[in-house]
Design a protein around this ligand. Structure first.
Ligand SMILES: [Zn+2]
Ligand SMILES: [Zn+2]
Length: 347
């Protein structure tokens, strides 16, 4: 159960009412609600965002469960942030007070290393990530580097827009990595990312196959409603070989399974930040110029490209909402697979 919410005293004139954040002290711990009296002050180049919604991503779960290195300090998770700009730090241009924005996982890069200079800022060794090294959006207020903040397309309310910020963006990067020639594409793990990217694939004329947890009929029904060509369990083989498979499920055993489902020359794209170990498999399953690749994080260019797609093609976003104070319950439900689509906190 989440922590009980606390009555909020009214704000002093011109000020901000008390606000809270859900703080993670370490791996394996429960989030605890922390209250503040003063809004955080944006440093030069930063904005303060009054958060209205924040998606709950599997990466938040990996952080809470100790699958990722934990930062040397407590952290507020959450990197699918939607809110409104509430304060501008010195030198910020291009954003205005009141503007609706999204804050993604990539929160800061050095801008000077080789990957940064060649457009691969997702691989910057010094990169900092929202809700990991930087406090994120399981909170009513968040600070963000203004250069990594996206204006959001109309047509999505704040709750619907939240999953676009990671499930959408990183799903998009993985989908693009599968290549323009991947006409028959399989999505393994039909959660927040796959349910968005499946719609993009269908819209772009691809034959999308949705592989869910065996027996997850709710996810399969959602996939069919969204127009995919085929649904089945991840232990099933498609009727015809796939050109590419994208793995959103953090299950290493699916890598050889997906390899067997792709044609010679086909590709398996691993989209998650963490995956259980990949079991050994016969070389023959890889042979035939099949490839296994991973995608890591996102670039700002991915964000701009995907948000253009989302603006042009209205995506149906299936959300399961929780109050901010019930973030622990949202993580538990995500871990247990208790909902279809994306979990979103109302902040
Ligand atoms: Zn994420
Ligand atoms: Zn860099």
């Amino acid at each position: 159960m989440g922590l009980p919410s606390v009555a909020v005293p009214s704000a002093p004139a011109g000020g901000v009412s008390r606000w809270s954040a859900m703080v993670l002290d370490g791996p394996g711990r429960r989030l605890r609600q922390v209250w503040h009296d003063e809004p955080p002050l944006p440093a030069a180049g930063q904005v303060r965002v009054r958060v209205s919604a924040c998606g709950v991503c599997r990466t938040d779960l990996h952080l809470a469960d100790g699958d990722l290195p934990f930062p040397p300090h407590p952290v507020v998770p959450g990197h699918e942030i939607v809110g409104h700009v509430a304060a501008l730090g010195a030198g910020v241009t291009g954003l205005v007070i009141g503007q609706r924005v999204g804050v993604p996982w990539l929160g800061w890069t050095c801008g000077e290393c080789e990957p940064c200079r060649v457009g691969r800022e997702n691989l910057c060794a010094q990169a900092r990530f929202t809700g990991w090294q930087l406090d994120g959006g399981f909170a009513e207020q968040v600070l963000a580097d203004a250069r990594y903040v996206f204006p959001l397309p109309p047509g999505y309310d704040d709750v619907q827009a939240a999953p676009l910020m990671c499930a959408g963006l990183i799903g998009w990067r993985a989908y693009v990595a599968a290549g323009p020639d991947a006409r028959r594409i399989g999505l393994y793990g039909f959660g927040a990312a796959a349910h968005l990217i499946a719609q993009v694939g269908v819209h772009q004329g691809r034959e999308v196959h949705a592989f869910t947890r065996p027996g997850d009929l709710a996810a399969q029904a959602l996939a069919r409603r969204l127009g995919v060509a085929w649904t089945g369990g991840s232990d099933q083989m498609p009727a015809a070989p796939l050109d590419a498979a994208v793995l959103f499920a953090p299950v290493g055993a699916l890598v050889p399974q997906a390899l067997r489902a792709v044609r010679p020359g086909g590709m398996v794209v691993c989209a998650g930040i963490h995956m259980s170990d990949i079991p050994g498999f016969p070389y023959a399953w890889l042979w035939g110029e099949r490839r296994i690749v991973s995608v890591a994080h996102l670039t700002r260019r991915d964000g701009e490209a995907f948000l253009r797609v989302a603006a042009e093609q209205p995506l149906q976003v299936q959300v399961h909402t929780y109050p901010l104070a019930e973030a622990n319950q949202a993580l538990d439900d995500l871990r247990a697979g208790r909902f279809t689509g994306a979990a979103v906190l109302r902040c």
